[in-house]
Design a binder for this molecule. Structure first.
Ligand code: SAM
Length: 277
């Protein structure tokens, strides 16, 4: 397997990936904003928009790092809950038939619909930074942090409604194994969602993007985090990841149904989705 400038075995790749994220953990969020010009926020918001989770669902965010996806998920379901409450309060004042029928499924009757998110990552340092962030933002309720490998998840079968992996799967040594694990831990009817760098579809944008990523990202890595090599690895790993169609095929091979993808920012990133039946 080619890794950065060297040729390394699969087990060495896992060790090097660990080292890369151990090195960048403290600066990871700052670097994310700097390298993507803040656009990663939009990609992550898009994931939540497509997911459109309802209160009560259980999320597993694999390769969750510093918790960005889980934070957005909890924020989204809480805003959905607030909206529901406001609708119920309004309907108490001037009930319509629609409101009255909606009231039959309020929290008071069905019990609290608590949503939970588990952030799982192989790297303790990334999780540590994420947990500190959650504590300082006061959003730790409903969140848990678990050290685990995407290829061998420390969870029982049929546990989660949604499995997400954002900018993580290209770092995994055996992608097929990670996809099978996603299939195993999801409940029947559960959804797999993956954000990952992909192939830019527009040739002009592709050239600009190539120049930017090969020349600028390692420089930013050196200037902000003092770590050229780790960021050189990130660029190389993006180049080697399968394109939209090939990755879609891999997700189908793992047994998912209704697999489709959305190109974001002209294919710089793709959002793949599939269901376990
Ligand atoms: N999902 C986060 C986000 O979007 O900001 C973090 C993405 S970061 C680029 C990639 C993460 O994948 C790192 O935190 C790294 O530790 C994790 N990772 C790499 N290999 C992994 C594996 N085999 N199992 C679980 N996590 C892994």
């Amino acid at each position: 397997t080619h890794f950065g400038f060297e040729t390394v075995s699969e087990s060495e790749k896992a060790k090097k990936v660990y080292k890369v994220f151990e090195n960048v953990a403290q600066k990871y969020d700052v670097m994310n904003d700097a390298m993507s010009l803040g656009i990663h926020r939009m990609w992550k918001d898009m994931l939540l928009h497509v997911m459109h989770p309802q209160p009560g669902v259980r999320l597993l965010d694999v390769a969750g790092g510093t918790g960005d996806i889980a934070f957005r998920f909890l924020e989204y379901v809480r805003s959905q809950q607030e909206r529901q409450k406001r609708r119920v309060a309004r309907s108490m004042q001037t009930p319509s038939w629609q409101d009255i029928s909606n009231n039959y499924s309020t929290e008071e009757e069905d019990g609290p619909q608590e949503s939970t998110a588990v952030v799982c990552d192989i790297n303790k340092e990334m999780l540590k930074v994420g947990k500190q962030k959650a504590d300082s933002m006061g959003i730790s309720a409903g969140l848990s942090w678990v050290v685990g490998d995407a290829e061998e998840l420390p969870f029982d079968d049929d546990q989660f409604d949604i499995y997400t992996i954002a900018f993580g799967i290209r770092n995994v040594t055996h992608i097929d194994q990670a996809l099978q694990e996603a299939q195993r831990v999801l409940k029947p009817g559960g959804r797999f969602m993956c954000l990952e760098f992909s192939k830019v579809t527009n040739p002009v944008l592709a050239r600009l993007y190539d120049t930017y990523s090969f020349q600028m990202i390692p420089v930013l890595g050196e200037v902000i985090a003092g770590d050229w090599k780790s960021y050189q690895y990130l660029v190389e790993s993006i180049r080697k990841f399968p394109d939209q169609e090939e990755f879609k095929g891999m997700i189908e091979d793992a047994g998912f149904y209704c697999v489709r993808y959305y190109n974001l920012t002209g294919g710089v990133v793709a959002l793949h989705s599939g269901f376990k039946l």
